[in-house]
Design a protein around this ligand. Structure first.
Ligand code: NAD
Length: 429
């Protein structure tokens, strides 16, 4: 699902895999096995629409690999969803769960639809129809879905309810992203942003930098960005810039306050989609700059937390010499061309599937709590999250140092090696 029709994410995911398979000297059988999803489900979902007609929606679930545990991955609702996007995302989920060493595999799902044009009843029918097609192929011990682009906790509850109706029992471990109080975990909202900052904190230690003497510039002001800013400021860091998408003008803006953004005040002028009100931000003393100004600030840390393809061959030259760390909160914010430049310049990279793995780690905690029907307090969730993210970061950083690898490559080596070993030890390849 990309605006650029020539971009095929599955080809990109495969070429990333091939590079590391060469580095690991992976056997041919294991390569072939891991380049291709294990199972794919393609199905239609007929829905009786509110106007009396019937519309048929296309659904997909791709289970890339489950050698290390049940599949895990979100379900997207999007008008431009493609099977190759779902395949790529399922493969990336396999590497993400492996790099943080949680006992899960990688899956992803999608329905070609635009929820903006669908009533709640029609959306409910799609959710229930999706589960009816997969009732025997997903489950707490098989494959565990979650929300993703344009799906939320309500969609997850409808899906859970349909599954429980079909199976005749309560299976809260089927799905994550449920509302707190109905099987959801405390800390899920904070998890991705906080997880990014746990890895930044550790990277600063590796580089011998005091967080209190560092500054950062952030792209986006949504869920990931806001909680990352919250924790980074608690560590004493100064956030100079954030940026956001202006829906009415169809463009983005950067909001700069050199003394540091005031998170609460800025939240007060931001809508629920993370869009900042330009006029009210100006009144709060922010400079309003063009959308990509966040990239060219003299800061120590760049934190892209909005979209893919932001640090690319056109923008990488604008990055200040002062930048020491790029922490990828967003998925795929750096293109291979920009990555090569940053590598050459010695910028410390915290790759997306490590940096933003706090979300799936907390989803795993949700599944664990759901399965035992016993829920942890917030402190317990966050301290377990910190342990997982910090451990994963140091596994990668230690290997990168020992083998003189770029952090992204070291993360891939660890993830692919773990999955290939599990497949080998099970006797599959
Ligand atoms: P969100 O929708 O809450 O916020 C997105 C933010 O980006 C908003 O502030 C929006 O205004 C801004 N934005 C959109 N287009 C922009 C543009 N062109 N320029 C500048 N800002 C722009 O999304 P989120 O949940 O914070 O996710 C952000 C990124 O993190 C995505 O790449 C997502 O895939 C990734 N991610 C999120 C999670 C999670 O748990 N939320 C987990 C893993 C990865």
């Amino acid at each position: 699902m990309s605006a650029d029709q020539s971009f095929n994410p599955f080809e990109m995911a495969r070429s990333q895999f091939d590079k590391i398979a060469d580095l690991l000297d992976l056997e041919e059988g294991a390569r072939q096995f891991l380049r291709t999803p294990r199972r794919e489900y393609h199905f239609t979902i007929p829905v009786k629409m509110d106007d009396g007609g019937v519309r048929v929606f296309q659904g997909y679930r791709v289970q890339h690999n489950d050698a290390r545990g049940p599949g895990k991955g979100g379900i997207r609702f999007h008008p431009q969803e493609t099977i190759d996007t779902v395949r790529a995302l399922s493969m990336w989920m396999t590497w993400k769960t492996a790099v943080v060493n949680i006992p899960l595999g990688g899956s992803k799902g999608g329905v070609i639809c635009d929820p903006h044009d669908l009533s709640p009843r029609e959306q409910e029918a799609i959710c229930r129809g999706f589960v009816r097609q997969l009732a025997r192929d997903i489950g707490p011990l098989i494959d565990v879905p979650a929300p993703d682009v344009m799906t939320n906790s309500q969609h997850m509850l409808w899906m859970l309810d349909e599954f429980e109706a079909l199976h005749g029992g309560r299976y809260p471990g089927l799905i994550t992203g449920k509302p707190v109080g109905l099987g959801g975990s405390l800390g899920r909202t904070e998890a991705t942003g906080y997880g990014v900052v746990y890895t930044i904190r550790e990277a600063l230690k590796v580089l011998g930098l005091d967080p209190k003497k560092t500054s950062a510039s952030v792209q986006g002001f949504g869920n990931v960005a806001q909680f990352a800013i919250d924790l980074y400021q608690q560590l004493g860091g100064r956030v100079v810039c954030v940026s956001s998408w202006d829906q009415s003008e169809q463009t983005s803006y950067t909001f700069r306050r050199v003394d540091g953004v005031d998170l609460e005040a800025l939240r007060g002028v931001t809508d629920r989609f993370g869009g900042i009100d330009k006029k009210r931000a100006k009144d709060l003393g922010y400079d309003v700059l063009p959308g990509d100004a966040w990239i060219e600030q003299d800061v120590d840390i760049l934190l892209p937390a909005a979209l893919e393809n932001q640090l690319n061959s056109k923008t990488v030259g604008k990055i200040s010499k002062q930048v020491k760390i790029v922490a990828e909160g967003a998925n795929g914010p750096t293109t291979p061309e920009a990555d090569a430049v940053l590598h050459e310049r010695g910028v410390f990279n915290i790759p997306d599937f490590l940096a933003n793995a706090g979300g799936v780690t907390c989803s795993y905690f949700e599944q664990v709590q759901s399965n035992m029907n016993y829920f942890w307090e917030m402190d317990e969730v966050l301290s377990k999250l910190d342990v997982k993210m910090t451990g994963a970061f140091h596994d990668v950083a230690t290997l990168a140092q020992r083998k003189k690898l770029y952090m992204r490559d070291a993360a891939y080596v660890i993830a692919i090696d773990r999955v290939a070993s599990a497949c080998h030890d099970r006797g599959w390849v």
